[in-house]
Every structure is written in structure tokens, then in C-alpha cells.
Write a protein that binds this ligand. Structure first.
Ligand code: FES
Ligand code: FES
Length: 154
């Protein structure tokens, strides 16, 4: 079935079965490969994107269930105009292998939209579904605090 999705501010027409997960629409059809496949069962968070600002696991959202505007890590900012959270990620050298990181950033961005100054405990709670094999959790927390501060100063 032909469906039009708004992704990162632009319309994309896709002609795929209703039950294709949004993750594969993004990666295979639209070519936005910043969103990663990890577990496929909502257990790792690697595939996290936003729908109308809410962090969702794109491996678990069928194409026909996409209810609003999709934002991926490519739509959060660009290398020339990074979002505060992306800038903080670079400054704190958060990524190691990098595989989980776009999902981490998208989850963190939705946390900061809801809670502009989260505590360590609030960060741990919001980020608990995003797994990192490399163990970058302390740097993730530091980058989220830094982005929160920067956003409050802006
Ligand atoms: S790939 Fe979607 S949560 Fe792991
Ligand atoms: S940076 Fe390697 S899995 Fe998180």
C-alpha cells in the first residue's frame, strides 16, 4: 500500500506492506541508515527514533501504525549545525564502537524535551532501555548533563 510519511521534515512516499517495521522503511527504503538494528524485539534501543517527539523503538512500529512525524538522528541536526545533544556527545567523546549511539542520542533528546534538567537517577531511568555493549554509560550521563546546561543557557 502506498503511504506518505513525514520524515525529518520532508514527505516520503513508500509502497510497502502495512506490517513492515518502520526501522526497515527508514533504512532500506529511505536510506537513513543512522538508525540501527540491534535486537528486533524492543530490548536494546538501537533503533530508537521519534514519532511526534516521542522516543519509540522503530523495530516494533508497523508502517501502518506510524501516527505522526518521524525524526531520526539525521534529522536532529547536521554536522554543520548539530543539536546541543549531538554537540555534547562529540565533546564528551561518548561513542566507542558507536553502534548503539544514535538510539542513545534519540532517547536522550526526548528525555531533555520532557525534563530539561534531569538528575542522574532520572537519566538512568529514562535511558535504561538503551543498551551499550561498550559500557559508555558514564559518558552518556555526562553528555546529557552538558547538553541540558547548554540548552538552558541558550
Ligand atoms: S532493534 Fe529495536 S529495540 Fe533493539
Ligand atoms: S558504543 Fe558500542 S555498543 Fe554502545
Amino acid at each position: 500500500m502506498s503511504t506518505t510519511l513525514r520524515i525529518n521534515g520532508k514527505p516520503h512516499q513508500v509502497d510497502l506492506p502495512d506490517d513492515v517495521p518502520l526501522l526497515w522503511v527508514l533504512r532500506d527504503e529511505v536510506g537513513l541508515t543512522g538508525t540501527k538494528f540491534g535486537c528486533g524485539v524492543a530490548a536494546c534501543g538501537a533503533c530508537t527514533v521519534h514519532i511526534d517527539g516521542e522516543a519509540v523503538r522503530s523495530c516494533q512500529v508497523a508502517l501502518s501504525d506510524v501516527w505522526g512525524e518521524v525524526t531520526t538522528v539525521e534529522g536532529l541536526g547536521t554536522p554543520d549545525a548539530m543539536a546541543a545533544i549531538q554537540q555534547a556527545w562529540v565533546e564528551h567523546q561518548v561513542a566507542q564502537c558507536g553502534y548503539c549511539q544514535s538510539g542513545q542520542i534519540m532517547q536522550a533528546a526526548s528525555l531533555l524535551a520532557e525534563n530539561p534538567a534531569p538528575s542522574d537517577a532520572e537519566i538512568n531511568e529514562a535511558m535504561q532501555g538503551n543498551l551499550c555493549r561498550c559500557g559508555t554509560y558514564p559518558r552518556i550521563r555526562a553528555a546529557i548533563h552538558a547538553a541540558a546546561q547548554k540548552m538552558q543557557e541558550a
